[in-house]
Ligand binder design. Sequence first.
Ligand SMILES: C[S@@+](CC[C@H](N)C(=O)[O-])C[C@H]1O[C@@H](n2cnc3c(N)ncnc32)[C@H](O)[C@@H]1O
Length: 341
Amino acid sequence: MTTNIPTGVMASGSNPSPIEAGYEATSDWDEQSVASSTQSLTESIMEHIYENGRRYHRKSKDQYLLPTDEKEQDRLDIVHHLHLELLGGNLTVTKFEEDPPNVLDCGCGTGIWALDFGDVHKGSEVIGLDLAPIQPGWTAPNVKFELDDLEKKWTYPKNHFNFIHSRHLVMSIRNWSRYLQQMYKHTAPGGRIEISEHTNDRWWCDDDTMPEGSAVPAYWRAVLPCYEKLNMNVGLRGDDYRRLVEEAGFEDVNLHSFKIPIGMWARDRRLRRLGGIVAESTITATESYALNLLTSVGGMPVDDAKKLINAAVATISDPKQHAYYFEYFITARKPVQPVVV
Ligand SMILES: C[S@@+](CC[C@H](N)C(=O)[O-])C[C@H]1O[C@@H](n2cnc3c(N)ncnc32)[C@H](O)[C@@H]1O
């Protein structure tokens, strides 16, 4: 299948080659409103609460642990920018010969991907769906936002969407099999899906620049038991997602893996640029992912949690640490003549 992936940044095989370090970076990284809803919009669905200096969506705080405030929304938009850089300016790995008529963006966040997709594909009707009302009130005529829970039974018609997009829901979806089965049921025969996920249970390092005794392993040692307590499987790898997509019934399943540096330490210019964007987002991502988790689930006092998070960020932000993570893209198609619809 043809894809939009630019050459030079993809990790291949199960043991991809190391990223060559060589750039001496400095410590600064230089270089209410939803249009519609499938639920009745009661007051409570619009409410937020404030805790430990962050804002959370009241109705889903125990279900989805990340904040919804401006700081988090800015982070989501930086990550969108990262993906555009990664995919050479494209919104997807999947290539379209014509605009897919009905498109769903699952867990759309600020709605930035849905709006961009609607802009590029004027012939598509795009729905961005999320638990939390953090999408803009104004939208393009072919883009609308809905509030709903992807883990509940989907209310859309069967065989409806020609393209379903799902990005960074590792903290959102508890039951991936069920999620993908629902995705399959609501994809039109011959329709396509694309899932992108990142690793979320460790950071890697190939050259011992991130020592065992540093703040980073301590951070993961505190965070991982909290995920376990919640029964959240944050350790899925690209091959796991691929298998789950295949098991749901999709065909032409392709996995594209990227090894992405955290920080501007790579010799390669393109990777260095990506690493700079990642570093920028990691500064706030670490708190977004871990503060509520460590305090509410782990029972850690807020000051201790902040200290741990800040130490991990400082360590990972040090350009002498050659840390990286993986980003996976899985593309697939529902058979034109599905055995089960
Ligand atoms: C990390 S953000 C990713 C946002 C967006 N996909 C992007 O890439 O910019 C995860 C989003 O999923 C939403 N979410 C979490 N659990 C959900 C669920 N069960 N149903 C619908 N949306 C959910 C959150 O509110 C949040 O906006």
